[in-house]
Design a protein around this ligand. Structure first.
Ligand SMILES: [Zn+2]
Ligand SMILES: [Zn+2]
Length: 232
């Protein structure tokens, strides 16, 4: 059996090494725990078990047990005793071991139960955290979806505005062409008049088409100005 005894002081639970203090109430303590309790006191009348409180007044109610006895010790310790006494001693030793085993099993079961409860509580907590995180992620996804929708709408508006701008640009170009044509058309009579006027001036001996002083005293070749002077 791989079971190993532990000090029955619940806050200690050390594995006693070579020696341990054992009691007739089937408890065992490490030397340090024994020394710090009434077991270590010189007065046997004052001894009580630190684990169960049983009074341990008789001389052999508390003994120091060698946990790794030597061969010579094993050879001699029961020698001289009758088989009945040997069996009584052996039965007591086995009962002690059985009690310690059952106590350890109970302790481990309780520790496992406690660990499981803690684990369940942590899992529940984790479940809550996961739920909150899922909810937050859902909210963020919704916000992202809305933002994406807004971006698409803005993109569409931008495309429409760009289309409008291109349309305006086309209109502007069309109007510019029309304007140029109209302007050209409006200038034709002026050009014709200016040409006729200059021709008449040349016929009277003036310089045709060059830089000259006009009849109204201005200097230059701006026939449009002269045309305007006459026809406007
Ligand atoms: Zn101890
Ligand atoms: Zn006890």
């Amino acid at each position: 059996m791989d079971f190993q005894l532990r000090c029955n002081h619940l806050r200690c639970r050390e594995k006693p090494k070579d020696k341990a203090v054992v009691t007739t109430c089937s408890h065992i303590f490490c030397l340090a725990c024994s020394d710090s309790s009434t077991l270590g006191a010189g007065d046997s009348a004052a001894r009580t078990c630190p684990a169960c409180g049983t009074p341990l007044e008789k001389p052999y109610d508390v003994t120091v047990a060698a946990l790794s006895p030597t061969d010579d010790y094993k050879m001699s310790i029961l020698s001289g005793l009758s088989p009945t006494v040997i069996m009584e001693c052996a039965n007591s030793g086995l009962a002690f071991w059985a009690y310690q085993s059952s106590q350890e099993i109970y302790y481990q079961e309780h520790a496992n139960k406690s660990l499981k409860q803690q684990l369940d509580a942590k899992n529940q907590e984790l479940g809550g955290v996961k739920g909150a995180a899922r909810e937050q992620i859902g909210g963020l996804e919704e916000a992202l979806h809305e933002a994406s929708d807004k971006i698409h709408k803005l993109s569409r508006s931008l495309a429409e505005m760009e289309e409008g701008r291109k349309s305006l640009e086309r209109d502007r170009n069309r109007y510019r062409v029309s304007y140029e044509k109209l302007k050209q058309k409006a200038l034709v009579p002026d050009i014709e008049n200016a040409a006729e006027e200059n021709a008449a001036f040349a016929a009277q001996g003036g310089d045709f088409g060059g830089v000259r002083t006009s009849r109204n005293g201005s200097v230059g070749t701006d026939y449009r100005a002269r045309g305007a002077h006459k026809y406007r």
